[in-house]
Design a protein around this ligand. Structure first.
Ligand SMILES: *[C@@H]1O[C@H](CO)[C@@H](O)[C@H](O)[C@H]1NC(C)=O
Ligand SMILES: *[C@@H]1O[C@H](CO)[C@@H](O)[C@H](O)[C@H]1NC(C)=O
Ligand SMILES: *[C@@H]1O[C@H](CO)[C@@H](O)[C@H](O)[C@H]1NC(C)=O
Ligand SMILES: *[C@@H]1O[C@H](CO)[C@@H](O)[C@H](O)[C@H]1NC(C)=O
Ligand SMILES: *[C@@H]1O[C@H](CO)[C@@H](O)[C@H](O)[C@H]1NC(C)=O
Ligand SMILES: *[C@@H]1O[C@H](CO)[C@@H](O)[C@H](O)[C@H]1NC(C)=O
Ligand SMILES: *[C@@H]1O[C@H](CO)[C@@H](O)[C@H](O)[C@H]1NC(C)=O
Ligand SMILES: *[C@@H]1O[C@H](CO)[C@@H](O)[C@H](O)[C@H]1NC(C)=O
Ligand SMILES: *[C@@H]1O[C@H](CO)[C@@H](O)[C@H](O)[C@H]1NC(C)=O
Ligand SMILES: *[C@@H]1O[C@H](CO)[C@@H](O)[C@H](O)[C@H]1NC(C)=O
Ligand SMILES: *[C@@H]1O[C@H](CO)[C@@H](O)[C@H](O)[C@H]1NC(C)=O
Length: 589
């Protein structure tokens, strides 16, 4: 059954209602219709329609067909309030399979709306649609939505801004204006082709050609003088910049010439105010900062360049810029901030570790004190056997093999016949196995570079191993980066939950020493943790949401290589702690 567009429907109702009354003058009637339309519209505003389709745009001296929502890059910003119900009808007019993930949304009892293909749903086939329904409860701040199939999220993404309920305020002074800043990554190519080329050869896929701010590369790139994001500010006013790293494969430094920023939230969780001249943001993460226009009226560049923790590999070393123009300033060449060096790990580490959670803020929950499940998970790269037989062909990765990646030496492979959530709900065997280990199968000197190409441990194999958790279990995970192939800072994203980040450090995690570093008082809360390069991070969360929740590296190059696993959280005993049945229109495989 096709549902009529509710806005059109309501407008028609409003007209019908008013047409039946004859006591209004024409003007009053028109005004009343408009007024009523606006009231009804705001009442029903959580109904959102998005169309994902081909869109041709000019960037960097060329024209490129991209997949885009409603013909815009980035896609539309969705504005909601805490406590709202969101109903999003997604129409797939692409030639590709599609699904949309609501990054950072808790999806309490609405796992069917989480989005990752083969995890919580099968893809929306070309020409089909799916309606995502979920509540935004117990979280406020900046989140975002993006495609969760292949590399489509490069251009299929947008901001999801959750404001406090009406009548409630931020735990910081009300900003004059709020501005989403989406940092992106651009290829002069079809990103699906770029990904497939890499996966076919086993080599690393092509690097991007540019970074972008709100879809624009900025005037340091060729043919881009009028492809530069501009923000006009009033001197003396304070702006809330909602910074989202929507890039596929790169962490970014973000700076504004002559201006400090005050961090007030990350990943839609409030932080203690933290003043900095540089924000570091990994793919998947968001950072809300207050920017006060307290400089002389002039133009100032905002700029983002990559933080590259891995040594000796080629990367996109370009810089994207936008311009902050003070109202009334004479036209001038914008001042440029001093960029961080690409390998400036000390700056990244300082930023990432200095943030603390706002214990007096709304929705603060202290970290669990008691731990039911202790997990130690190695994360990093490895090699997958080339797999070509007969003709002795070699693959494009190191040693003639394929690039791989794993957690506890299990290189994650999504199922293809059915989503894991359907298998969970219907008790279907053979889609995943519940033997993801709590410890790595082999204890070795994880971060010793001498192990980078140790042939006895570098190979890994594909499987679909998940970790089963009892409802409401508390979980502690030590994430330990390995030196296999090379050390690298991996942003690990957990679906369905925020975790508290208790501690982070370099080298091999040592429980006797490092347990003393745990911050159990005001740890930062996140959905994506950038695990220090050649180091470790400790997080805790409470598994109070039944369903199937991916945990994976948010560098899209590493996800198909296998840097992932999933938690299967069992139902609780009461109806209000059980996953409801799937919606009728859940896409079929
Ligand atoms: C997307 O475009 C459709 C059709 O123009 C429109 O009805 C819808 O409101 C747009 N969605 C958003 C979120 O802007
Ligand atoms: C959309 O773009 C893809 C990739 O460029 C192309 O193969 C396809 O034919 C296009 N579809 C339409 C309807 O234009
Ligand atoms: C959202 O919350 C409302 C009110 O509590 C509830 O009736 C509804 O089932 C929830 N929807 C989803 C998708 O969880
Ligand atoms: C990747 O880069 C190589 C070398 O520049 C180029 O030949 C190839 O076409 C690129 N692949 C894609 C899918 O754009
Ligand atoms: C600026 O944009 C216009 C319209 O998109 C285009 O015709 C023009 O060539 C662009 N100018 C430069 C310098 O890129
Ligand atoms: C970026 O890399 C290219 C190619 O290696 C090099 O020529 C260029 O100097 C680098 N630019 C920066 C800013 O490091
Ligand atoms: C901030 O980071 C620096 C460098 O890592 C460290 O010395 C300092 O103690 C940190 N401050 C806080 C409040 O965490
Ligand atoms: C190719 O593979 C066959 C069968 O595994 C093996 O006997 C042969 O020595 C290989 N040739 C080369 C050049 O490696
Ligand atoms: C790496 O191996 C070399 C040669 O065996 C050795 O001298 C060095 O100490 C090793 N490095 C580490 C960190 O173990
Ligand atoms: C990972 O498993 C493979 C076999 O699948 C084994 O050869 C390798 O030594 C293991 N490596 C580690 C680090 O456990
Ligand atoms: C989950 O555990 C917390 C802490 O022990 C407890 O307060 C809460 O009631 C539990 N929830 C359920 C539904 O059992």
């Amino acid at each position: 059954m096709a549902m009529a567009h509710p806005q059109v429907f309501l407008f028609a109702c409003a007209i019908a209602l008013l047409a039946s009354s004859s006591m209004f003058s024409a003007e009053v009637t028109l005004l009343s219709i408009l007024f009523m339309y606006i009231i009804l519209l705001s009442f029903f505003s959580p109904y959102i329609y998005i169309y994902v389709q081909n869109h041709t745009i000019s960037r960097l001296c060329g024209r490129q067909v991209i997949s885009a929502v409603n013909g815009s890059l980035p896609g539309p910003t969705l504005h909601v309030r805490e406590g709202d119900t969101l109903v999003v009808h997604v129409f797939n007019k692409l030639p590709y399979d599609l699904s949309i993930h609501w990054h950072g949304v808790f999806q309490l009892l609405s796992g069917w709306a989480d989005g990752p293909e083969f995890a919580t749903q099968c893809a929306i086939r070309p020409g089909n649609s799916y309606t995502y329904r979920f509540n935004l409860t117990g979280q406020e701040g900046t989140l975002w939505w993006h495609a969760h199939v292949s590399w489509l999220r490069a251009t299929v993404h947008g901001a999801l801004i959750i404001r406090p309920k009406r009548g409630r305020s931020y735990p910081f002074p009300k900003p004059y204006r709020e501005v989403p800043i989406l940092l992106g990554e651009w290829w002069n190519a079809n990103v699906v082709d770029v990904e497939n080329e890499g996966l076919t050869s086993g080599a690393a896929p092509n690097n991007s050609n540019a970074y972008t701010i709100n879809g624009q590369p900025g005037d340091l790139y060729p043919c881009s003088s009028n492809k530069t994001y501009k923000l006009i500010v009033k001197q003396g006013k304070t702006y809330l910049l909602r910074i989202i790293n929507a890039a596929l494969n790169n962490q970014l430094f973000f700076k504004i010439a002559n201006h400090n920023m005050k961090v007030v939230a990350v990943d839609a969780a409030y932080t203690n105010p933290y003043i900095t001249d540089v924000v570091v943001v990994a793919p998947g993460q968001t950072t809300d900062v207050l920017l006060t226009a307290n400089q002389a009226p002039a133009s100032y560049y905002m700029a983002a360049n990559p933080y590259v923790s891995v040594a000796g590999v080629p990367f996109d070393n370009t810089t994207t810029t936008g311009i902050i123009v003070y109202e009334g300033a004479k036209p001038s060449t914008p001042k440029m901030p001093i960029l961080q060096a690409f390998n400036d790990t000390p700056t990244a580490h300082k930023f990432f570790t200095n943030l603390t959670g706002l214990v007096t803020g709304p929705f603060w929950v202290p970290p669990p004190r008691q731990v039911d499940e202790h997990m130690f998970i190695t994360i990093g790269l490895g090699l997958i056997a080339c797999g070509k037989t007969g003709n002795n062909a070699t693959c494009g990765g190191p040693n003639g093999q394929r690039f791989g990646a794993s957690m506890n030496n299990a290189s994650f492979q999504l199922p293809t016949k059915m989503s894991m959530l359907e298998a969970f709900f219907n008790n279907v065997k053979g889609i995943y196995t519940t033997d993801f280990p709590n410890q790595p199968p082999l204890i070795f000197d994880y971060t010793n570079p001498n192990n980078s190409f140790n042939p006895s441990i570098i190979m890994t194999t594909k499987s679909t191993k998940v970790k089963k958790l009892k409802y409401n279990a508390t979980v502690e995970i030590v994430m330990q980066n390995t030196a296999l192939i090379g050390v690298e800072n991996h942003p690990i994203h957990l679906h369905g939950f925020n975790f508290h980040v208790l501690a982070q450090g370099f080298g091999n995690y040592n429980p006797t020493i490092d347990k003393n570093k745990f911050n159990l008082f005001n740890p930062q809360e996140r959905n994506t943790i950038a695990v220090p390069v050649g180091g470790w991070a400790v997080v805790r969360f409470r598994a109070n949401n039944p369903g199937v929740w991916l945990m994976h590296c948010h560098l899209d190059v590493h996800l198909p290589w296998g840097l992932a696993t999933a938690f299967v959280v069992e139902n609780g005993r009461t109806p209000s702690t059980k996953l409801p049945p799937p919606p009728q229109d859940l896409p079929k495989c």
